[in-house]
Design a protein around this ligand. Structure first.
Ligand code: ARG
Length: 381
């Protein structure tokens, strides 16, 4: 027996650097003990511990009760080392779709997620949990990185129309028979691809009705209008695996609200994404003759102002990078008061704009990941 039970518990929950996963019975017991140790969590009875151990012995697996699943999802968010939005971890809507059987069921669960979470702009943090993987790790998969994303069409060796990050996925859709709009644009919503274990992937129509979009305009100039920029209101990451108590959910789309830099400083600004800074600078009549005029930096700020302004005008919830990082610091303080360590990835928590102006700049983080969590998994294509 270890002399320090807390250390033993956290050691068993560690995911980083573990060669093989713990046996299911151990992961399950550890998760139940974690729930028992947390104020505000559903506290499993001694009978529940026994029931889970017995079910695993008899059937090789077990299923989480809704309260266990629901709190497990919140913990998975709270332990997500890349997420700067974790101050809000305890407010998460957990949609239980573990009964979904067919690809259609899963598609409809995805549409329901989009509508529930978007909530006409008053965004609710949401996760939808589809059936778990079997003992060989096979389960339902959503092939999309996010439920609502724009196609990237490879026009020729050098030219791409739309989102370059989606070129490979778009090719998959076309191969599976997707008919894109007659007139292709840089903002065509992609279809959703769903597969069940041992079955061919199936293609479902782009979630047009369920996807709210925001048109991007600059607050004090019309110079961006004719670019017809837009972005989706809700980022729903759908390619990660949720792990709770040794059970894996390979299809478990989750979403919060956007921080403006995700769109303004990355999706629109990265050279290997929409690469809009040169065009924005031209429209703002900035001197682009040399890097030292800081035209990129100036264009970047204006683009981010436009994104924030447009979401606010459209009444779609969004957070700016100063407020988001300040909220993360409060999260760290709240956790410290409860004696819980906060782990993080500095390179993800620091925003891609004005990093040194934020409250997190001079802090350092331990990047070790613990269970429950959202994890990367192998691409199905
Ligand atoms: N960075 C991704 C995007 O630009 C979204 C990742 C999740 N973001 C969030 N705010 N929950 O689409």
């Amino acid at each position: 027996m270890s002399s320090c039970p807390f250390l033993a518990l956290s050691e068993r929950l560690r995911l980083t650097g573990r060669k093989k996963p713990l046996p299911l019975a151990q992961s399950a017991e550890t998760f139940l003990r974690l729930l028992k140790s947390e104020k505000g969590a559903p506290s499993p009875s001694q009978a529940r511990f026994q029931e889970v151990a017995q079910t695993i012995r008899k059937t090789g697996t077990y299923s989480l009760t809704y309260p266990e699943l629901s709190y497990g999802c919140r913990l998975a968010w709270r332990k997500s080392v890349r997420c700067v939005g974790r101050f809000f971890w305890s407010k998460l809507d957990v949609l239980d779709a573990r009964h979904a059987r067919t690809e259609e069921d899963i598609y409809h669960g995805c549409l329901h997620h989009l509508e529930h979470a978007t909530h006409h702009g008053d965004i609710r943090s949401t996760v939808t949990v589809f059936p778990p993987a079997d003992s060989q790790g096979r389960g339902p998969r959503i092939w999309n990185y996010q439920l609502s994303r724009y196609a990237g069409y490879q026009i020729n060796k050098k030219q791409i129309l739309g989102d370059p990050a989606e070129v490979e996925f778009t090719q998959n859709c076309l191969r599976l028979g997707w008919k894109p709009p007659k007139k292709r644009t840089p903002f065509d919503l992609l279809p959703i691809i769903i597969s069940l274990p041992g079955k061919k992937p199936r293609l479902f129509p782009p979630p047009k009705k369920a996807t709210q979009e925001v048109f991007i305009r600059h607050p004090d100039s019309t110079c961006l209008n004719s670019l017809s920029l837009r972005w989706v209101a809700l980022p729903v990451v759908s390619n990660m695996r949720l792990e709770i108590g040794g059970i894996s959910f390979p299809a478990s789309p989750f979403s919060g609200w956007y921080m403006e830099t995700e769109i303004g400083a990355r999706n629109f600004a990265d050279e290997d994404r929409y690469n809009l800074l040169p065009e924005i600078a031209r429209r703002l009549r900035l001197d682009t003759s040399r890097p030292a005029t800081l035209w990129k930096d100036r264009a970047l700020v204006e683009l981010n102002r436009a994104v924030l302004h447009s979401f606010t005008q459209a009444k779609v919830r969004m957070i700016d990078h100063h407020s988001a990082t300040a909220s993360h610091l409060r999260f760290e303080e709240d956790e410290a008061k409860l004696g819980r360590p906060v782990h993080g990835r500095w390179d993800w928590l620091i925003p891609p704009l004005s990093g040194s102006l934020t409250k997190l700049w001079n802090r350092s983080y331990n990047p070790t990941e613990f269970s429950p969590n959202f994890l990367h998994q192998k691409r199905p294509y």
